[in-house]
Design a protein around this ligand. Structure first.
Ligand code: HEC
Length: 266
């Protein structure tokens, strides 16, 4: 029994660590609540991704036609709606890219380093390292901070070097800080400055989207990023169910067989 408890503990330990860690400057990340089974949401996410992210970030493990096949977008629509960035990269004169192209970036990584001080990382598998909730929080918590080079900071990623590229959609945000208390007194740092904790980032003036619309759009975008981190996931879920069912049935046969074999021994 002790062994079982120990094994369970070891198995669950990473979950506990994961659950208790904060979310950058925030105490916790917001739940993304994505629905990978919703193809329309994934399509909208893909569109946001190529329009707003692919200019700086690549997704070089992803081919356009895989995207088309998984999300039910035919080649013509792909070329028309999603592939302008690839066109630009391939040939400035506008020769069309091929649907089998990888989602490479339009920007030269060296330029990126010069402009932002750090290259924009490839986003193919970002959802696997960061998790959906973190991404959802990250994309919604850029806030004005005059001390930063681009004038923005981020709740989930302190002092991030990425500008708030979606501000026209989200609008103007405002951070809400709260004084951290210690033993009933305001906590101060070594320089005697009060220690503040970021509580939330709220929208004070809506952009082209209302706050709920923006949240939904980010849900789509995060769903797309999660899908991209593991395109086979959609399939795996359904295959997994069959496999489990098969194993359950197999168990009964195997058990019956075992009984049959051992019946003379016992
Ligand atoms: C103008 C260029 C630019 C655009 C456009 C852009 N990013 Fe970024 N992004 C960056 C840079 C530069 C960094 C590196 C920030 C750092 O390390 O401080 C970054 C970092 C990130 C990170 C954090 C990566 C990590 O280290 O965990 C994520 C996630 C991300 N971007 C997502 C997006 C998404 C989604 C979009 C589209 C909505 C987007 N970015 C659009 C420049 C850009």
């Amino acid at each position: 029994m002790k062994k079982i408890i120990f094994a369970l503990f070891v198995l669950l330990a990473p979950v506990q660590v994961y659950a208790s860690s904060g979310c950058g400057q925030l105490e916790h990340c917001d739940a993304a609540d994505i629905d990978l089974g919703n193809v329309e949401s994934l399509q909208r996410g893909a569109k946001l991704f190529v329009n707003y992210c692919l200019s700086c970030h690549s997704a070089s493990f992803m081919r356009y036609n895989r995207l088309g096949a998984d999300l039910g977008i035919n080649d013509d629509l792909l070329l028309e709606n999603l592939m302008f960035v690839a066109d630009f990269r391939k040939d400035p004169k506008g020769a069309p890219g091929k649907v089998g192209d990888l989602m490479k970036v339009a920007m030269d990584p060296e330029d990126a380093k010069g402009w932002f001080g750090t290259p924009a990382p490839d986003l193919s598998v970002i959802a696997r390292s960061r998790g959906a909730d973190w991404l959802y929080t990250y994309l919604r918590t850029f806030y004005p901070d005059p001390s930063r080079p681009f004038g923005v900071n981020n709740g989930a990623f302190k002092d991030v070097a990425m500008p708030h590229v979606l501000w026209e959609l989200q609008g103007v945000t405002e951070p809400v800080f709260e004084q951290v208390m210690e033993n009933g007194k305001p906590k101060v740092d070594d320089n005697g400055k009060p220690v503040m904790q970021l509580k939330e980032v709220r929208v004070v003036k809506a952009g082209s989207m209302t706050a709920p619309e923006y949240d939904n759009a980010m849900r789509d975008l995060v769903a797309y990023l999660v899908y991209m981190g593991e395109p086979a996931k959609l399939k795996r879920y359904s295959v997994g169910m069959w496999v489990l069912g098969y194993l359950v049935i197999l168990f009964f046969f195997a058990y019956a067989l075992k009984k049959e074999y051992w019946k003379d021994v016992h």
